[in-house]
Design a protein around this ligand. Structure first.
Ligand SMILES: [Zn+2]
Length: 205
């Protein structure tokens, strides 16, 4: 074979390899964007409740896989004032609570102070609620909670630049817990949430 042809084949192979790596690195991110844009219809996954009061709306300041602190996270940040009541997005069993953290700010070293609740669901998924205020948890480990039940109060403890609720769902898979995106019941229907938009929790929920 001619040398230039070989170079061409090698270059094409290299480009293919690099681009496929880039895609495969974050398959959930790619799948998720398609869901957000409505390119994939998904009607079998669980419908979560927005984790705040019915009739209220909150702005998503950071969405799934965004560039700031969620680069590799399928998490959502709901902007809300300290002390905002937080309701279970889905029913389950409380498996972890922390409410003794009393510091927060934009510093990775403060991560350990983040107050949180983890609730396991009945399908090998679990949800995490983060940055709750000091002494701001009203459930205990072992409690069974219903969807829409009051579980705590928001804050800005841990690695957090401003008061918000960091919400995340994982699914147990071979090799550990994988972060997944979920859909929510909003006033305007069932949606995968997008950043810089506000979503109101419907009254009837
Ligand atoms: Zn967050």
């Amino acid at each position: 074979m001619y040398k230039p042809t070989l170079y061409l084949i090698a270059t094409i192979a290299l480009i293919f390899l690099i681009s496929s790596c880039a895609v495969n690195k974050q398959p959930e991110a790619v799948r998720f964007r398609a869901l957000q844009k409505g390119r994939i219809a998904d009607d079998s996954s669980y419908v979560y409740s927005l984790p705040y009061e019915t009739g209220k709306k909150h702005l998503i300041v950071q969405g799934y896989f965004s560039r700031f602190t969620h680069r590799n996270r399928a998490a959502i940040d709901f902007k809300m004032k300290r002390g905002t009541p937080i309701y279970a997005a889905r029913g389950g069993v409380v498996t972890r609570v922390k409410e003794d953290g009393d510091k927060g700010g934009l510093d990775r070293n403060l991560r350990q102070y983040g107050n949180s609740i983890i609730i396991n669901h009945n399908d090998n998924t679990r949800a995490g609620y983060w940055h709750l205020q000091y002494n701001g948890v009203v459930v205990n480990v072992g409690d069974t909670v219903k969807q829409g039940q009051l579980i705590g109060y928001s804050g800005k403890t841990g690695y957090s630049a401003f008061p918000h609720l960091h919400f995340i769902v994982w699914r147990s898979e071979a090799g550990g817990w994988r972060q997944i995106g979920t859909r929510f019941q909003t006033k305007k229907g069932v949606k995968y949430l997008r950043p810089y938009r506000s979503y109101r929790r419907p009254n009837e929920q």
